[in-house]
Design a protein. Structure first.
Length: 186
């Protein structure tokens, strides 16, 4: 099972943050321990790469930690963390361009029973099809079907309108159906 390091604060604001640290750290530590695995699975679905997912989750944990008081007072740390993961991946993708095409998709089962042998081909096919989607569509599908979020919540995470979130999911499903039909025809 993977573990992610809990971020620490250093720098010019470290003394001010240290005064509030005991109460904030307890709440954050509990939240991070409970959500790290789920965020890692989500990030792997979004990025298609285990190492990029670990980096995205680590960045999200740091961002949540630095804004913990505001997030627990009036926000939702899970939604904020997912948004950081999506935004980090999209930023990386924009910098890289389309020079690299994802071909593998790994998710650590972490004690979950392996699917039956006949289901392995279906799982591999689903992973390859998802990896072929554009980043925002893949994120929208992961948020909709993995995290079971409503379209309004997906829109908040992706920083778009609800209709755009619906469009991302619709287009992704349309593309997945088309590619699945082509695969079955072969």
């Amino acid at each position: 099972m993977d573990t992610l390091a809990v971020p620490s604060v250093s720098g010019p604001n470290a003394e001010a943050t240290a005064a509030d640290a005991p109460a904030a750290d307890a709440g954050f530590d509990a939240w991070a321990a409970g959500r790290s695995r789920s965020l890692l699975i989500f990030a792997t679905a979004v990025t298609g790469d285990r190492e990029a997912a670990r980096d995205a989750v680590q960045d999200a944990l740091v961002a949540v930690y630095l804004r913990w008081h505001r997030l627990i007072a009036g926000g939702e740390p899970d939604a904020y963390a997912r948004r950081i993961i999506v935004n980090r991946h999209i930023s990386w993708w924009r910098r890289l361009g389309r020079r690299e095409r994802l071909t593998a998709f790994e998710v650590d089962s972490g004690g979950v029973a392996e699917p039956a042998q006949d289901g392995l081909a279906d799982t591999d096919l689903a992973r390859r099809l998802l990896a072929g989607l554009p980043a925002r569509q893949r994120a929208a599908v992961a948020l909709r079907f993995y995290d079971d979020l409503a379209f309004a919540e997906i829109a908040a995470v992706l920083d778009c309108t609800e209709s755009t979130a619906r469009s991302y999911v619709h287009r992704a499903l349309q593309r997945l159906r088309t590619e699945l039909r082509e695969t079955e025809d072969d």
